[in-house]
Design a protein around this ligand. Structure first.
Ligand code: 4AD
Ligand code: MG
Length: 461
């Protein structure tokens, strides 16, 4: 079979020749003696028109085909200068690979994203989701390409862990114990000593801690894998299972970290614009009208920079616009993040040096002893897309911060070792992959950029 992509890309090679394609029927109409089928094979955003005639043996079966059916067409590719599409196939033969029953849920009309979520197994056959998931695939590739070209080592960090990297307690527990008969310690806590791993374990919320150990061996590394958070927030940008890209760089500080993040984002945008022009045009036309202009602007300008303290000053002056009023020390909510990036900077912006109280234990303390060397990257339409920091590389400071927060130091022995054996300045960040896909496609709900989303109360398929 030749792919429809190949026909579009190298059309001269196939023009007026015999070709064979397979795909799924998007629409069909017939007159008495001939008819048209619009076929999509998933390899290319544009479909292919097929013309068939009553001279074919199975003409009577073909006219009965339903939308969604799988067919194979043999015929001649011919130019159609008068038509919307540049060419079509004049079919000699059509094999019916699999008829579709008449109740196919995707008919030739616009379905709401909400409805399509309820048929997540079929939505990849629609234009929007063909575009979303091809672009998602391309972004993943672009990210690997970006890091590999810079000699970063790709590290596979574990999915099952015994630590809570972000210290937010939002973990999914992993256990083989019978939940109805969990053994208890004398103090009432659950006793995991008889469990599979002999200790309490959970699905990872971030690969960072393990990633750091490899950065202290390879200098520059990145992870790219699934992460899990039992955050009870039912929003358009939180998923319980999402993918994260976490580079970690040794002999580097917060500044180097932001330079890396900015060049990565620009690289991804450039790559996708170049390799998915049809899809991007589609998003720009049907999903988010300002998309292309905005992304072009991002590639051609510098990201903004503001400290948390400066950001709070700006936001406080506009507190009347927010549901949740800000003051120094509070965590930024989506509405504040979006205000900063959409109204104040009108482009991606790094917010740096957050109060230590609202950030994780591993971040490097600043001289003021109040803030840490953190950076979040905020983008229009979404808010936080990246969270990162320079790491505390001083053994004593790290231990005392962990004690302050009541962390069980024994669980982090490996992590502390890094500060004993050749500690270096180092930094890293996490890019939320789904948020990145939202940013590049203009899709506004995280459920529509994950093939099979897992969110509070939803684990279908
Ligand atoms: O800001 P976060 O929590 O940072 C970390 O996990 C660090 N360990 C990263 C590092 O420094 N190596 O998460 C990083 C990013 C966020 O900016 C966001 O884009 C995404 O992960 N993210 C989520 N995406 C979807 N659903 C959720 N529930 C998410 N939580 C975080
Ligand atoms: Mg964060």
């Amino acid at each position: 079979l030749i792919s429809i992509r190949e026909l579009y890309k190298n059309r001269e090679k196939y023009m007026d020749k015999k070709v064979e394609v397979g795909g799924w029927l998007r629409s069909i109409r017939d007159s008495k003696t001939f008819g048209f089928i619009v076929l999509n094979d998933g390899t290319y955003f544009e479909p292919l028109q097929v013309v068939y005639h009553d001279t074919m043996d199975n003409f009577s079966e073909i006219v009965k085909l339903n939308v969604g059916a799988a067919i194979i067409v043999k015929g001649t590719l011919v130019e159609t200068p008068q038509a919307k599409q540049p060419f079509e196939i004049q079919a000699d033969e059509i094999f019916i690979e699999g008829q579709s029953t008449g109740d196919y849920p995707l008919q030739k009309k616009r379905h709401s994203f909400e409805y399509l979520r309820s048929i997540a197994h079929l939505r990849p056959r629609t234009n929007t989701f063909q575009a979303v998931f091809r672009v998602r695939s391309l972004i993943a590739y672009a990210i690997h390409k970006f890091f590999q070209e810079r000699d970063f080592v790709y590290v596979h960090t574990p999915i099952i862990t015994g630590s809570d990297c972000e210290g937010a307690g939002e973990m999914f527990r992993v256990t083989t114990l019978d939940m109805a008969q969990l053994p208890k310690n004398p103090d009432g806590t659950i006793d995991y000593s008889e469990d599979f791993f002999g200790k309490e374990t959970n699905l990872t919320v971030s690969g960072q801690l393990n990633g750091e150990t490899y950065a202290q061996a390879f200098r520059n590394i990145y992870t790219f894998g699934p992460t899990f958070r039992a955050e009870n927030s039912n929003t358009t940008r939180h998923a319980a299972e999402f993918w994260m890209i976490e580079p970690e760089i040794a002999f580097a500080d917060l500044q180097d970290n932001m330079i890396l993040a900015e060049s990565m984002i620009k690289y991804i945008i450039t790559y996708v614009m170049e390799h998915a022009p049809e899809e991007m045009k589609f998003f720009n036309q049907f999903v988010d009208k300002g998309l292309m202009e905005r992304l072009n602007g991002v590639v051609n300008s510098e990201f903004g920079h503001v400290t948390y303290t400066e950001a709070i000053d700006i936001l406080e002056k506009n507190n009347n616009k927010f549901d949740y009023k800000v003051s120094w020390g509070c965590d930024l909510q989506t509405e504040h993040e979006r205000y900063l990036t959409e109204e104040v900077f009108k482009k991606p912006v790094f917010v740096t040096d957050y109060p230590k109280e609202i950030k994780a234990f591993y971040m490097k303390m600043n001289e003021d002893n109040k803030t840490v060397a953190a950076m979040d990257c905020l983008v229009p339409g979404i808010g936080e897309i990246i969270g990162g920091s320079q790491r505390e590389d001083d053994y004593d400071k790290l231990i005392s911060r962990m004690n302050e927060l009541g962390l069980n130091v024994e669980d982090y022995g490996f992590y502390l070792d890094l500060r004993k054996y050749g500690s270096t300045r180092h930094a890293g960040f996490g890019l939320g992959f789904e948020r990145c896909v939202m940013y590049l496609t203009g899709m506004s709900n995280i459920r529509d950029v994950v093939p099979f989303p897992r969110t509070v109360g939803n684990c279908e398929l």
